[in-house]
Design a protein around this ligand. Structure first.
Ligand code: FAD
Length: 454
């Protein structure tokens, strides 16, 4: 491949990279995807995700009678971020989302369906689209399988993009390295940085997001901040480096996501002294730090049989069941004994939550959304707070073009965690689905831009 010339070089084979590659190849462009990690089929963020892709105004929603639109979705993003989300990127992504999910289903063959059994905090409509087992690796596999069917797309792994040489008007070359240290120069017309963020770099997390630096990292092992380094070498603009997706419930010590659908179906989180410590329905991302602030940095998700049945649609939840991560008891007093909580406090906590859920009294933490009160028998899962991925990165425009001093750098695009997200600052602006929408949406826009069809 020495000095090879082709249309598009994509770095990273996650959702962002594969969407860019497939959208560009739709138009007949020749695409090379390089992927740094051999583990990407299981270890990329995309493979670890729950495959939720939000879109306001999709045909699935119309068929289900859901009233939604890109404008309403945009308003929800702005409400969740208190107006701090990048308006250009948020507008581009909410605008393209209905087209994106249709394209994923019709052109790529991803078996998407509308999630109607619960809503994540901050979404005012049923708008998450997911594969039936709600497993990121299933979504990812469909993207990879479709790429493998297309002669225009070549995927090489392990191979890492380490540098891009640019003369100010075009990409001059890109340097690729294999793990044994050998390197090659290639000459693509367009480079798409789809290398995710810097979650796997404790030094960078400590510098930009100190509040989450001591948390468990539950994200892709290839998120090494390479886009930031390459962007810096080209003088690219960066933004929102303090933004991230946290999560308040990763089973410990199993390291398996406990879906926040548990909470939205009625579960509560209590600490090791048997007390709740907030309104769980504000959002899972901003709940990571409160969980970490509890004694031992731990909490228990408390649920019941109805919630258990409702969550079995998630592959991650099935994994929890198979791992025996859920402890069941006939009632609160017995459960307290099993998991080592002070029984009186725990029973009082659940009684107060029950009164709030039935409307008999207000919730001390202000929680107003209770699908139903908890009923014995009760189950519990020990959890900790985690960092899932970073949401800041290279500034891009509505075509996913990387910006320098506010103007596009010709031939350079970024998508997904490599680029700025739409979550404002910190953890609280993250709305479920912001990650994959930024990845798939910006990737799709980058691929279309590569073919000059923007
Ligand atoms: C448990 C969990 C659940 C989640 N659920 C959801 C969800 O339901 N919905 C949602 O929207 N988001 C979700 N997210 C977030 C979502 O997974 C990410 O936002 C999204 O997958 C990012 O996609 P990406 O393509 O940018 O990154 P990735 O999928 O991580 O892909 C980046 C790839 O680039 C490779 N790479 C890195 N550097 C280089 C280099 N220099 N050269 C070549 N390759 C390189 C990496 O090895 C990696 O394979 C979840 C995250 C986690 C951890």
């Amino acid at each position: 491949m020495s000095e090879a010339t082709f249309d598009v070089l994509v770095a990273g084979a996650g959702a962002a990279g594969m969407a860019a590659a497939l959208a560009a190849s739709d138009r007949g462009l020749e695409v090379v995807v390089v992927e740094a990690k051999e583990t990407y089929r299981l270890g990329s963020n995309t493979a670890m995700s729950t495959s939720m892709v939000p879109a306001g105004g999709s045909h699935w929603q119309r068929s289900a009678g859901v009233d939604d639109s890109p404008e309403r979705f945009y308003a929800d993003i702005m409400a969740k971020t208190k107006g701090a989300a990048d308006p250009v990127v948020a507008g581009a992504l909410t605008g393209v989302a209905p087209d994106l999910v249709t394209w994923m289903a019709d052109r790529v063959g991803v078996p998407l369906e509308l999630v109607t059994d619960f809503q994540y905090p901050g979404h005012s409509a049923d708008r998450c689209h997911a594969v039936p087992d709600r497993a990121g690796r299933t979504l990812h596999r469909h993207l990879l399988d479709e790429a493998a069917r297309r002669p225009e797309v070549t995927l090489i792994a392990p191979m890492r993009l380490t540098a891009v040489d640019h003369d100010g008007s075009q990409v001059v070359s890109a340097r690729l390295e294999t793990p044994d240290g050998s390197s090659e120069e290639v000459v693509p017309r367009i480079v798409v940085l789809a290398t995710n963020g810097f979650g796997a770099r404790p030094d960078l997390v400590g510098r930009y997001i100190p509040e989450i630096k001591s948390a468990l990292y539950h994200g892709g092992d290839g998120s090494s901040g390479d886009a930031l380094a390459i962007g810096a070498s080209l003088g690219a603009d960066v933004g929102y480096l303090d933004a991230y997706q946290g999560h308040g419930s990763v089973a410990s010590p199993h390291g398996i996501l406990v879906t926040w659908a548990t909470v939205m179906h009625g579960a509560v989180l209590v600490n090791t002294v048997g007390k709740r410590f907030g309104d769980e329905t504000v959002g899972y991302s901003e709940y990571a730090v409160p969980v970490l602030k509890q004694p031992g940095g731990m909490a228990w998700v408390v649920l019941d049989d109805r919630i258990d049945r409702a969550c079995r649609v998630f592959k991650d939840y099935q994994d929890l069941v198979e791992a025996n991560a859920i402890r069941w008891s006939a009632n609160a007093a017995e459960l307290a004994g099993v998991i080592g909580l002070p029984a009186a406090e725990f029973e009082a906590t659940l009684a107060t939550a029950r009164a709030a859920a039935t409307g008999d009294s207000g919730d001390p933490f202000g929680r107003t959304f209770w699908e139903e009160p908890l009923r014995s028998p009760l189950g519990s899962i020990k959890v900790t707070g985690a960092l899932f991925h970073t949401q800041g990165g290279l500034c891009v425009d509505e075509h996913a073009r990387v910006l320098r001093n506010g103007s596009p750098i010709p031939g350079l695009c970024a998508a997904g965690g490599a680029a700025v997200g739409i979550s404002g600052h910190g953890a609280a602006g993250y709305l479920a689905g912001n990650g994959l929408l930024s990845a798939l949406g910006l990737g799709y826009l980058a691929g279309r831009h590569a073919a000059n069809e923007d």
